[in-house]
Design a protein around this ligand. Sequence first.
Ligand code: AMO
Length: 465
Amino acid sequence: DEPWAEIGHLDKAAAGRSVLVRATAEAVYRGSKTKNVAFLKLRQVLSTVQCVLAGSAQMMLFALSLPKESIVVVEGAVALLDEPLSYTTVQEVEIKVRKLYCISRADPKLPISVEDAGRSAAEFAKAEAKGVPLPRVGQETRLDYRVIDVRTPTGQAIFRVQHQVENKFREYLSARDFIGIHTPKLISGSSEGGAAVFKLEYKNGKSACLAQSPQLHKQMAICGGFRRVFEVGHVFRAEDSNTHRHLCEFVGLDAEMEIMRHYFEVCDIVDGLFIEIFRHLNENCKRELEAINRQYPFEPLKYLERTLRLSYEEGIQMLKEAGTEIEPMADLNTEAEKKLGQLVREKYDTEFFILYRYPLAARPFYTMPCYENPAYSNSFDVFLRGEEIISGAQRIHEPKLLAKRAAEHGIGMSSIKSYIDSFSYGTPPHGGFGVGLERVVMLFCGLHNVRLASLFPRDPQRLSP
Ligand code: AMO
């Protein structure tokens, strides 16, 4: 029999059982009514349980000397409680401790406390109103001590949600004949055009770039005959963007597929995939979403069973009618995106939609122009609560046009020659999309900063921990 018990599995049915639990000592209290009793609150992930120490004065003193966040092992019996507890997640039972061991003693002076890092704005306000303000830990300090910061219920919950999004992405696409691939992150030139690229020294006098996306190689996988591919991989952007939604390194969920008739086939995949992700999170991550909601309150995402598709022109029209000044053939700025998100929500009751047929000038060089009107393109962005989470498009698969477009964007032929040449050997029409994983988690969970959804975020100021 496996002697180790998990706190999350302790319930009424476990009463009477002998258990061995390894967990974090979140807090120790001296009994207030009875003198010879101490209580130890143990934590694993999102679950906490009360342990009672009675009988041995030596064990009680030892418990009371344990610094918070130490790792302990308790051996004891699960006992039914007369009244449910409110300060632990396991409420119906407690553990009557027979033996207590300390496996790893935490520094008694922790740089930040888990409790402080996990407080909500409402808690701070309430304490302040009472005249006993609570210590505030700034975001940068929290990120400096990320291994403590992510022990909060919110921290644990966010990365479980992230894991589910990633898993669903793989699962949904695998079930539709996509195969997972891995493209190089060390590449010879920029993959998205533009200057936002990390350059580094390679071997033999060559210089290299960190891939800004798997764009070129995921398309080359289509040239390689794979028909439908996806990748979950790191993406590097050297943009000097100090905003709530830009990271210098993030996780890209990318897909690329043959198109049989129309690039809306790519939108259909995005549509089905995300409806499935949202359904899954709402049904299977209730505990995680509740934990996040306690610290950062948010409303459940409003979305339709079939995702709203709005043309860029319709979007512009809505913005104009609402009095927003807008350049019709330029890309939307952050403010306009937010505003459009709000207008769409009011009109269509959804916070998730696809905006398609962008002006060609606003898109990367590899984007297929619209056949009927080449000032536009076969492309789309997807918005969640007024912010972009996905870009996608049909790609140019005709090498001469591709080379011409690259030149127009000022992209040197030398670094992308093998990419352009790939389209000369027989390539089906194709398209795809790229998702920012941290953005999806941030926006679905109503978080105010993408750094909260990145385990060890990298931004222009931060390269550590
Ligand atoms: P794009 O550059 O729009 O498109 O990136 C795709 C998605 O990645 C996320 N994202 C970011 N997330 C965090 N920090 C950043 N600095 C950042 N930049 C982008 C966004 C965005 O929608 N090759 C194309 C995709 C394609 O057409 O297949 C591309 O990279 O969620």
